[in-house]
Design a protein around this ligand. Structure first.
Ligand code: NI
Length: 169
């Protein structure tokens, strides 16, 4: 396994729409293992393949990392089929948008479809924090970032902060 480099905003690769995976071969299994290792090392709760520069529709996440436990979830070709309700995602952040956190309006419940690492079709409902993580990661698959979902004013604030930081570096 290896730690992969995480692509950060404003890298244009983050805007790519990932391609569906049609064959879950050894290279996909390796990608899953590398992405999981990269996510845990960061540390982060979720990671989409495009965040390590690979435009293939694949997400990994783990929302139960308490007490050193790991419960890795893998979803290939994930998509939201239905969504309902409103939920304020407090202090949302992203490994590709470092040093910035803000509240984001999300759906409260989602119905998601995809394929697991063994190629089995998956279809399940998620709510609460699980639903938020799925929406965030599936956004990445579609070339979207959480800063697209906040007010223009807040986004401008972030961009200004980023420009200052880049100048210092
Ligand atoms: Ni993210």
């Amino acid at each position: 396994m290896s730690i992969l480099e995480i692509v950060t905003y404003p890298d244009k690769r983050l805007r790519r729409i990932s391609k569906p995976i049609t064959n879950i071969d050894g290279s996909v299994q390796k990608m899953i293992a590398d992405m999981a290792e990269t996510m845990y090392k960061a540390p982060g709760l979720g990671l989409a393949a495009i965040q390590v520069g690979i435009d293939q529709a694949l997400i990994v996440y783990d929302i139960d990392q308490s007490e050193g436990k790991h419960a890795l979830q893998v979803l290939i070709n994930p998509r939201i089929v239905e969504a309902e309700g409103e939920f304020l995602s407090e202090n949302e952040g992203c490994l590709s948008v470092p040093d910035f956190r803000t509240d984001v309006k999300r759906y409260a419940r989602v119905l998601v479809e995809g394929v697991d690492a063994d190629g089995n079709p998956r279809r399940f409902e998620a709510d609460g924090f699980h639903a938020l993580v799925l929406q965030h990661e599936i956004d990445h698959v579609n070339g979207k970032l959480f800063i697209d979902r906040i007010s223009a004013l807040k986004r401008e604030l972030y961009k200004r902060q980023l420009r200052k930081k880049l100048k210092k570096a």
